[in-house]
Design a protein around this ligand. Structure first.
Ligand code: UD1
Ligand code: CA
Length: 458
């Protein structure tokens, strides 16, 4: 039996109070729509059709290259109306259709698979995913008859006290037989508190037509939470983060305090790495084994080799680190850096578009921009590359085993050769050949007994 999918994403998302379309808000670094596509794709439905409306341009951009079909709901007349907008993609289609919403990010693929299996086992025309909530406020309620069969879904706004007391809610995720879904939708009206075409009314419509409607209760109610406002967005974030932390811990990562560790869904961390509190790891970061990270470290889209130590307060962005590097405390590695194995970026240094060769040491408060530093070179305390002349950026090259004395100012473009030295406090404006020493500062003048002489004068 073929399986297709419709994702409803046309709504206004009023309660978010945002200029950004609701499906483009993020949980754990991924947009809501990306989360939904993630669990939907696990079932390999074809086609996957996303219904767009409000915020269409931004949504189209976000979905470009995703291989999904797009349908447009011109006016937001309700979830039932939104499904009808996708009907053209299912004209000669005789199979099952999964319907889900762009604001349900945390559903597990296993649960969706189980829903589809239940639908098929029951031979149902429609099957609805439900959950039992302690506080069901805001959700549609699942109404069952005396024998436990689902007869209707009633929205909270349209419910009487008795129905409101029901704690089993409609998750907003369904499987329908296409040949029953679309005809049943033709029959629904707008006689409800919002004056909308409710998809949920299809349930009673199918029952009215003598069709079988099945239901499956999600084992973990947290996975069906819907995001309507920023309070729910934060709740989903917390739940998604809890899951990521759990996954990491079960795969052998030590989190000293998972409640204050923020790791986004796409990041990977190797076995026996220890992450201290307050650490934020985002983007496509890959951290190796046996690393120590934190506390209070921020890493975005970096690769970090095995056995590295990233100390307190450091910020690492879009850069690559070999094995056994050490960074920090309080260093900033900005985009485009490559830090070779065993290299050191010590206290309070800033690097941008800089390559540090293997074993190079940059231990104390330096600024290296657009620099190429050779293997085993030593960068003294307070070294600064002047890479910007106010208009253009220029490159610095420092050779293998070079020794750049403390407080050297390097006015780029300049080359300091292999095994060359610069004297502390030098301002280097021209190239230093291999193996040479450059001294570029005024000579010290020492006035003997100057203090005593001055005292006599006064
Ligand atoms: C919906 C269900 C409710 C369920 C809840 C689960 C209906 C009528 N109600 O309520 O029973 O408990 O989800 O989270 O279906 N959308 C469109 N076009 C529209 C309206 C909505 O595409 O005209 C899309 C939205 O973008 C959203 C989804 O449908 O992704 C759900 O809409 P929303 O307004 O959030 O419905 P709820 O009030 O949460
Ligand atoms: Ca919703």
């Amino acid at each position: 039996m073929p399986t297709g999918c419709i994702i409803l994403a046309a709504g206004e998302g009023k309660r978010m109070k945002s200029a950004l379309a609701k499906p483009l808000h993020r949980v754990c670094g991924r947009t809501l729509i990306a989360h939904v596509l993630g669990y939907v794709r696990a079932l390999q439905p074809d086609p996957i059709c996303v219904v767009l409306g409000v915020g269409r341009a931004a949504m189209e951009e976000a979905l470009a290259g995703e291989g999904v079909r797009l349908a447009v709901q011109q006016q937001q007349l309700g979830t039932g109306h939104a499904v009808v907008a996708a009907a053209d993609h299912f004209l000669d289609y005789d199979g099952d259709v999964i319907v889900t919403c762009a604001d349900i990010p945390l559903l597990r693929p296993e649960t969706l698979e189980a829903l589809l299996a239940e639908h098929r086992t029951q031979g149902a025309a429609g099957t609805v995913l439900t959950a039992v909530y302690e506080d069901p406020t805001g959700y549609g309620r699942v109404v069952r008859d005396g024998s436990g069969l689902v007869t209707a879904i009633v929205e909270e706004r349209d419910a009487d006290d008795q129905v409101r007391a029901i704690r089993e809610i409609n998750a907003g995720v369904y499987v329908f037989q296409a040949r029953h879904l679309f005809p049943a939708l033709q029959g629904i009206g707008t006689d409800n508190a919002q004056g909308e075409y409710y998809l949920t009314d299809v349930i009673a419509a199918l029952v009215g037509r003598g069709q079988t409607v099945a239901a499956m209760c999600a084992p973990d109610p947290r996975e069906v939470m819907g995001i309507n406002d920023r309070v729910q967005l934060a709740a989903a974030e917390a739940e998604a983060r809890r899951r990521v932390c759990e996954r990491l811990m079960l795969s052998g990562v030590t989190l000293i305090d998972p409640t204050s560790t923020y790791v986004e869904a796409d990041a990977q961390v190797g076995e026996d790495t220890v992450i201290w509190p307050g650490t934020v790891i985002t983007g496509q970061t890959v951290i190796g084994r046996n690393c120590t990270i934190g506390p209070h470290v921020q890493i975005n889209s970096c690769v970090i080799g095995d056995g590295s130590v990233i100390r307190q307060g450091s910020v690492l962005v879009d850069s690559w680190f070999g094995r056994e590097v050490a960074v920090g405390p309080y260093s900033h590695v900005r985009p485009g850096c490559v830090v070779g194995e065993r290299a050191r970026v010590g206290t309070c240094s800033e690097l941008v578009r800089t390559h540090l060769g293997a074993g190079a040491k940059d231990q104390h408060f330096s600024y290296l921009g657009d620099a190429q530093v050779g293997e085993e070179a030593n960068i003294g305390a307070g070294v600064v590359t002047c890479n910007f002349d106010g208009k253009y950026k220029h490159k610095t090259r420092i050779g293998r085993k070079a020794f750049v004395g403390s407080d050297t100012i390097i006015v780029a473009p300049v080359v300091i050769g292999d095994e060359a030295f610069t004297a502390a406090g030098s301002v280097i404006t021209s190239d230093v050949p291999d193996g040479s020493l450059a001294i570029a500062r005024s000579r010290q003048e020492t006035r003997k007994d100057w203090v005593a002489r001055r005292q006599k004068q006064s």
